[in-house]
Design a protein around this ligand. Structure first.
Ligand SMILES: NC(=O)c1ccc[n+]([C@@H]2O[C@H](COP(=O)([O-])OP(=O)(O)OC[C@H]3O[C@@H](n4cnc5c(N)ncnc54)[C@H](OP(=O)(O)O)[C@@H]3O)[C@@H](O)[C@H]2O)c1
Length: 446
């Protein structure tokens, strides 16, 4: 009987000579043999990867595969195939969030047949080491000592049978939203911990049609609603928050989609937002607010757009003040482009100690422009794990997740094909048609 083979989607590493600067890195489906039970090393499991979500987030993982801070290609080594000239030194595997089933186990605490959710690979099968001791009723841990300790969120695999957020019928929504929604949820939490940088009137979000962008807008709405219900609507926290307006910026083609979501107070396209902003300034000036305070959350990572926004706020005629700029995403980053390796990264730790000292972030203390702060979910979670108990964090997440699952089903259509922000891609290497990753890559060039 012929041995079952694995199929893994791999991309050439930018550092390998196999990438050309003139074209986007082309994906390879690499076939490799699957270890049988006797070949499985002690402590390892063999997982059948049933399905996974794919979005701009994965394209960013690809673009930052070899970036020294993110190192997304260091989570799952690529298989070796001499016939395809593929090896871990020359190729990378883009991680994906998905569901799988254990088909062989050489770990005493993990049984065959168990269903798992985690940071897997776009492959039919995946061999993973499981930590000897870091296994409990809810999760198990993949040791990756070569990566920074704060990457726990990526290394932790959830056991579906005891995961309080798991339901079988919501698996597709879970794969799509779970990594992005938690980014938005904890980013809102991070901003709330600094009192929205001492208070603001406007939150501006670029790439407003992205799931990360509109989930953040949703998290602001949820927080306002929660404050309204929790206390009486006369409390100062509610009054402060209920005045915040959330404004989305998006491409012309995604404008209708983003508006009809109903998650933003206002949505403008990238070409037209300046005239709307001038109108805001007039209103603010007339309503005698000396300077309205704005926080800019950048999900697009488009430097031309950012220069336009900064120039607008720098104008001596503007009455608005940009009090914080947060880099949350980089939907404009194209895999294979040299710009990815030049991205500089400041870890959140310094910034959090500023918060602990109650230092207010303000443009005046940081120079003319607010320094761009980078929000990276694993770093903020590592800080919150020290500040909150696991039960507190679980309660916060459970409540938010239940609300999201109630509200999100109409936002995007779950699909494996088609372009547009209204599509949420669910892929499987078991699908006869296979994932069409290069379709996304081609779009990423537009
Ligand atoms: N900081 C963190 O810890 C963290 C965690 C999760 C995700 N993120 C980041 O958040 C970003 C959004 O991810 P997502 O999965 O939410 O995105 P998504 O739902 O797939 O959003 C796609 C959107 O990206 C924009 N876009 C710009 N150029 C594009 C191109 N060439 N091809 C396709 N879309 C393009 C478009 O929005 P517009 O037209 O509105 O610009 C498009 O509608 C990613 O960069 C991701 O890495 C960061």
């Amino acid at each position: 009987m012929s041995r079952p083979m694995n199929s893994t989607l791999c991309f050439p590493r930018p550092s390998s000579s196999q990438t050309s600067t003139s074209s986007l890195p082309k994906s390879f489906l690499v076939r490799s043999p699957i270890p049988n039970f006797q070949e499985l090393q002690k402590g390892y499991i063999l997982l059948k990867v049933d399905k996974f979500g794919w979005s701009a987030n994965n394209v960013t993982y690809q673009a930052l595969g070899e970036h020294p801070h993110f190192r997304y290609y260091d989570f799952h080594p690529s298989p070796t195939s001499s016939s395809a000239s593929v090896a871990p030194q020359t190729h990378g595997v883009v991680p994906v969030w998905g569901f799988g089933t254990v088909v062989a186990s050489a770990h005493p605490s993990v049984a065959v047949g168990e269903r798992l959710y985690g940071y897997f690979a776009p492959a039919k099968y995946l061999v993973l080491p499981i930590d000897e001791k870091d296994v409990n009723k809810f999760s198990m841990y993949v040791p990756r000592p070569h990566l920074p300790a704060d990457r726990r969120v990526y290394n932790q695999i959830q056991r579906c049978s005891s995961d309080p957020l798991y339901t079988r019928e919501k698996e597709d929504l879970t794969m799509l939203y779970r990594p992005l929604f938690w980014t938005s949820f904890w980013c809102e939490d991070w901003l709330a911990c600094s009192g929205y940088r001492g208070g603001c009137e406007y939150i501006l979000i670029s790439s407003a049609s992205s799931k990360t962008g509109f989930c953040l807008a949703y998290c602001f709405l949820m927080k306002v609603e929660k404050e309204r219900q929790k206390k009486s609507s006369t409390t100062s926290e509610y009054r402060n928050m209920s005045n915040i307006r959330v404004i989305g910026l998006t491409s012309k083609t995604n404008l209708d989609f983003t508006r009809q979501l109903g998650l933003y107070h206002e949505v403008y396209d990238y070409d037209c937002f300046l005239s709307a902003f001038h109108a805001h300034h007039k209103t603010d000036a007339v309503s005698s607010k000396s300077q309205s305070r704005w926080i800019y959350i950048d999900v697009a990572g488009n430097q031309t757009l950012n220069s336009t926004i900064y120039t607008h706020f720098a104008s001596p005629y503007t009455v608005s003040k940009l009090i914080a700029t947060v880099s949350l995403g980089m939907t404009n980053l194209v895999p294979g482009e040299g710009s990815a390796k030049n991205i500089e990264w400041n870890t959140l730790n310094t910034k959090s100690s500023m918060m602990e000292n109650n230092t207010t972030f303000s443009s005046s203390s940081l120079g003319f422009w607010p320094v761009t702060e980078q929000f990276f979910l694993p770093e903020w979670l590592a800080i919150r794990r020290v500040q909150l108990t696991p039960a507190q964090m679980l309660d916060m997440q459970k409540e938010a997740w239940q609300t999201l699952m109630r509200d999100c089903p109409g936002w995007v259509t779950l699909d494996s094909r088609g372009l547009g922000p209204d599509k949420g891609w669910i892929w499987s290497m078991w699908d006869a048609r296979g994932p069409d990753v290069n379709q996304k890559a081609v779009k990423a060039k537009l």
